[in-house]
Design a protein around this ligand. Structure first.
Ligand SMILES: *Cc1c(COP(=O)(O)O)cnc(C)c1O
Length: 378
């Protein structure tokens, strides 16, 4: 028998979360962002739940090919555009829309031979200072693209640096609206955090049109996967999101230990009373963060308890003492939910585990290890 660890991808939850995104921006079309192998879920496994999106946005040409291989004929957007000239041939062949964020990409397009002009998304650097043309250079880039026979429609795009934080999005929204004011073309601005946190405020107020976040396409990623973009300020439950990935395993051993006994490498945890611990078949080689300290929440038989001591490569320890005291029969073979949804429908958000590890749900999903088998379920 294989080790009992398993990742379950929930199609119905993906559908539900996509519907939440649409609800937050009812007039916009939705790019389902499936970069990084659908945030670790597996593009092929996530596709069923996300197929009612208006398009798929990603980074790798190889991922774009996989989406086409699934039979998707709708829009696909390369969020970083092309990296070298021959990528444009694949864009022509697979009808991929691509971001243009620098002069070199315009040079490559100008030299590209294609019968079919390309749909491009011209990116403005409105303050994040990662990709895009500065406000001063944006319009000349637009004019240059507009003059190319290789270019069909030009859409306008920017990305927020602080949509999940205190600084918010107004400063960048103003820059975007100012620079693009009289340019034609569809607009796309919002990631998950902007979609959930700001779309409704903006729709509700009749503030300065320069602050308007109304756009043609939203680009949610993390919210589709049931993680809150601004945990712990708002939890995934606050946003009405459902977990789309459950990481589960089983207890493979128990130990009854006395006061003063330690657990795991480095004797990092020392019992202050007699306890029963469970050993779970999941470790950092499965993608569970090694830095999770004693006390990280975990579900055993769908009941909340805590981890104990250091996470090792293939195992971690949990506290069974309170569950046994409550009369539950937990032991060898009992279901453990590292994150996601337990059999009894109890939920442990990936954000809580990420928070204990000092990181984000994004990183945990993306770091799910290859050795963990996965299944798709409703
Ligand atoms: C990753 C990404 C998104 C999605 O971001 P989330 O925070 O996961 O919603 C949107 N736009 C661009 C350009 C991205 O790279």
């Amino acid at each position: 028998m294989p080790r009992p660890i398993l990742a379950t991808i929930h199609s119905a939850a993906l559908q539900h979360n996509l519907a939440r995104a649409r609800q937050a921006a009812p007039d916009a079309k939705t790019w389902a962002v499936v970069k990084a192998n659908a945030y670790g879920h597996g593009i092929e496994r996530a596709f069923e739940g996300l197929r009612s999106a208006d398009g798929f946005a990603l980074l790798d040409l190889e991922e774009a090919q996989r989406v086409r291989a699934l039979g998707w004929r709708g829009p696909i957007l390369l969020l970083e555009g092309v990296f070298e000239t021959r990528d444009l041939e694949l864009c022509s062949r697979l009808d991929l829309w691509h971001t243009v964020h620098c002069d070199e990409q315009i040079d490559m397009l100008a030299a590209h031979k294609t019968n079919l002009p390309h749909r491009v998304f011209l990116k403005l650097n409105s303050g994040m200072n990662r990709l895009g043309f500065t406000p001063e250079r944006f319009r000349s880039a637009w004019a240059r693209l507009n003059a190319l026979a290789q270019v069909d429609e030009i859409s306008l795009m920017t990305h927020f640096s602080d949509a999940d934080g205190a600084r918010g999005i107004i400063h960048q929204t103003r820059v975007f609206n100012e620079v693009t004011r009289d340019l034609p073309g569809e607009r796309t601005l919002s990631n998950s955090a902007a979609t959930l946190r700001h779309m409704t405020d903006h729709a509700a107020t009749d503030s300065d049109p320069q602050d308007s976040l109304v756009s043609d396409w939203i680009r949610p990623g993390i919210l589709l996967y049931g993680s809150s973009p601004d945990h712990p300020q708002h939890t995934s439950a606050d946003w009405g999101l459902l977990p789309t990935m459950t990481l589960s395993s089983k207890i493979i051993a128990t130990q009854a230990i006395d006061t003063g006994a330690s657990v795991g490498y480095g004797s990092n945890f020392v019992a202050d009373k007699p306890m029963t611990i469970g050993v779970v078949a999941c470790g950092y080689a499965d993608g569970y963060p090694r830095v999770c300290p004693t006390g990280t929440p975990i579900l055993v038989a769908g009941q909340r308890t805590r981890t104990l001591g250091r996470v090792s490569m293939d195992m971690l320890a949990v506290d069974l003492t309170p569950l046994l005291r409550a009369g539950l029969s937990v032991g060898f073979g009992t279901e453990v939910t590292l994150w996601g949804r337990a059999s009894n429908a109890a939920v442990l958000s990936i954000d809580e585990v990420a928070y204990a590890a000092g990181t984000l749900g994004y990183e945990l999903m993306c770091a799910l290890a290859r050795r963990v088998p996965a299944q798709v379920q409703d």
